[in-house]
Design a protein. Sequence first.
Length: 162
Amino acid sequence: MNLLIDADNETELLEWTLLRIVERNVEGAPAVQFKFGLFQCAEQLLVLLNAMARAGQQNQQVALQALHFAWEGLPFERPSELPVELEDLQGLEAAIKRLRHLMPEERPALLNAMTRCVMHDGVITVAEAELFRAVADLLDCPLPPFLITEPDTGTSMNGSAD
């Protein structure tokens, strides 16, 4: 997988996400000690939500709105500086590594913020869904695949009726 991802000398967010899912399921999850509250990981949360907002939006202004909407569901103020763009995937990986140490009782608030971010515009893109699932899996909160429904026909993508 690394060879395929590196073939074009550019790692896209979806490629990175799929690689992390495979690595985690093949290598297993390392044990972690729960030691942080969500407030202590505000900067890492900002990096994660920023990546999620940008994964689902082509327009930077709409992505920023999604980030603000996600943060409104949290019980504390966001850091004063908002990132303009995702710097690199290493920063996202470092953020997720720290967020893995969140206390279990803090994880529902994190998942809620992630949900608010991807649902901001009422549409969940494939990139948003896969990033959401990968991050949830990396945080030991695995989610089932999202069922995508055709709005006009009421049938799922595999052609069966709901």
